[in-house]
Design a protein around this ligand. Sequence first.
Ligand SMILES: [Zn+2]
Length: 494
Amino acid sequence: MLQLYNTLTRRKEAFKPIEEGRVGIYVCGPTVYDHAHLGHAKSYVNFDVIVRYLRYLGYRVRYIQNITDVGHLLDSGEDRVLKGAAREQVEPMELVEKYTRSYFEDMDALNVDRPDISPHASAHIPEQIELIQRLVYKDYAYEVNGSVYYSVEKFLEYGKLSGRRIEELREGTRIESNPEKRHPADFALWKRAQPGHIMRWTSPWGWGYPGWHIECSAMAMKYLGESFDIHGGGVENIFPHHECEIAQSEAATGKPFAKYWLHNGMVMIGDSEMHKSLGNFVSLKDLFKTYPPIALRFFILSSHYRSPLDFSDEAISSAAKGLERLQNALFNIVIASEATEADVAIDENKSLDQEKQLLVEVDTAERKFQQAMDDDFNTALALSQLFDLTKQANVAAQMEPSVSQQTLLKKAKEKIEKIAGVLGLQLETGEMDRSEDRTDELVSLLVKLREELRRDRQWGLADKIRDGLNRLAIAVEDRPGGVVWRWTGSKKNS
Ligand SMILES: [Zn+2]
């Protein structure tokens, strides 16, 4: 049974969706004003695995991940999108389009499945206005000079997610003093547009634009209902973003908002959290120049989603090496399991120890994988089990070929690929290389080798090559002008 750590209750809980068999999940998406970085990769790869695992368990999942293209302000009060548009001298929506595409390009490269719906905040202004109106009507929000603020003191449960208390927030030094706010922790639901602010809409309070938090409440409820199962995001979003989402949504509906809150740990470089504002970020497009995206995915999954991920070149390199070992082993397994019948000894019903061991491993692999993932999505443990299975199969692949061994290796390969698939790891088995047809070159090579053997009067070996080629429906003819070869039709039984 799936257990997950719920930030709201601060403990691991058995997962029980609101509606049996279905899961609604909302994850805060990127603000699209620049290229995505490793922090995005960590978050969205992890939630991708969570969604893939829920689907593997048989749930019908609706996965919503928004695109923030308005209202997400920097500490300086500037809108990130407007600032980016000014930087690149383009229309704000041109910027949004460019970086939305860039984001999905990077996620596709990381084999992150696209969310079922990727709603844009700017395309849901009416929904946000309507939600704000409900809050004003219920007296949880108030208007001052064309801006609307949420009154945190009105919502008695404010702070239940982050554990912060309103009294402490008043003393907090980080909160700027805005004379329009009744309480320093009150937050903007709607902001009056200053002259020259391009991204603005009409509202009952005049020209303006929504605050950042309100978009997620409005879009989550639009697509998942007023109460839904899982809300995810980065640990840095717990406060204030998610705390505010809860306050807005639950005050408006009087119902619980999300049942389970999942938070992804940050990427750490040295001692500092990876914040773009600090300037020490690495864009994914840059990283992909050095590391294949699958190695990055593997690196991310090698630690637990809630843990911080320590980024260093050594850490990524060692993950990349681990992945390479896994791929090489799988390659050996595939080759051994597909050896042509001619090479395979007749099965004498002998079951060797290694085979017995592998059989046990194959039979228990999925159960062990589930146990790891059921424990709050422990991908690190799941990966180590994938390694164990692959290692065991690789040992069996080195043995004398036999029918029983091949059958077992095929089963092992299927299991490995199935488990890797849930983790979104498309392991290369060498099939990609082999799909490039090099048969002609290989046959020519053998034919040349046979000629050399004949020149050396090694008739026996030369004939062996010719007979072997004949069995593969390749005729070798010694003509006065030289040796030619051709296909003769289908593979003969011999
Ligand atoms: Zn959000």
